[in-house]
Design a protein around this ligand. Sequence first.
Ligand code: NAP
Length: 297
Amino acid sequence: MTTRIDGEAVAADVRDSLTDSIAELEADGVTPGLATVLMSDDPASETYVSMKQRDCAEVGIDSTHVEIDPDAPAEALYETIDDLNTDPDVHGILVQMPVPEHVDERRVLRRIDPIKDVDGFHPENVGRLVAGDDRYRPCTPHGVQKLLAAYDIDTDGADAVIVGRSNIVGKPLANLLVQKAADGNATVTVCHSHTEDLAEKTRSADIVVAAAGIPEFIDAGMIREGATVVDVGINRVDADTEKGYELVGDVDHDSVSGTAGALTPVPGGVGPMTRAMLLYNTVDAAGLQTDTDVSLP
Ligand code: NAP
């Protein structure tokens, strides 16, 4: 029997608790503010940004949005970031990725004031996370940790295998799970496209995190009986639906169900947690920047 890890429900709990955190800030005259910046006309990016704004409105975070013509010079984006860095009503800045090719993504990440870097991708915040002195945990890895905790899936002493080593998912999650901490203390293996005998490695794991961006790549033959499987993947595949596609994860759910002890669905698993943890970081950022104590879930 495979337990379905309900990311929608856990994310709703996080949002509920954040409403209380925001009330604490409001009592001290602080309204948390998130600025989203979009330099793209990709419909998926537009959707992601509007979902983030909706999430903010739902819990009581002020959101502002800046759109920059994707053909504008890179300076337009850098200057927008500079303005937001000095705006006292903005506690978090999120530049929706990907940016156009003529814009240097790493320069964008470095330009955001680290105290407003609610994505947690600025090198200062990455370094702090690696050193076990994290300020803002990147939203997807943090969401994975919260999901595991919500279902009492112990990482302490567990063998965790992460498939994928991106800067936004695989690497930060590996760094979090390996920390000497109650929600860490795992023995972590990070796999990638050059890994040999991938299935042998995933089969040895108590916890498998799939973040390769390959539809339904992980099947039951790669999973040990009873292991926890976290499917981070969100892949569009052609389908006979109104939109002409459907979203599937990196895990073959039909295959793995019955073998895994617990499994996150797609959609409804890690995705909602990523969104909730952005709100969490924005509330945290508002407290830090206004020197206001705020309790976080
Ligand atoms: P990414 O930057 O494309 O990284 C993919 C990683 O998978 C790379 O490290 C790559 O290895 C590795 N990989 C590719 N083929 C592999 C193979 N055959 N065997 C083992 N490893 C392989 O992707 P990402 O941004 O981390 O995203 C991963 C997936 O998660 C995507 O589907 C994305 O849409 C989804 N995602 C979901 C959320 C959420 O909120 N649920 C958030 C972020 C991302 P190399 O490094 O060697 O190339």
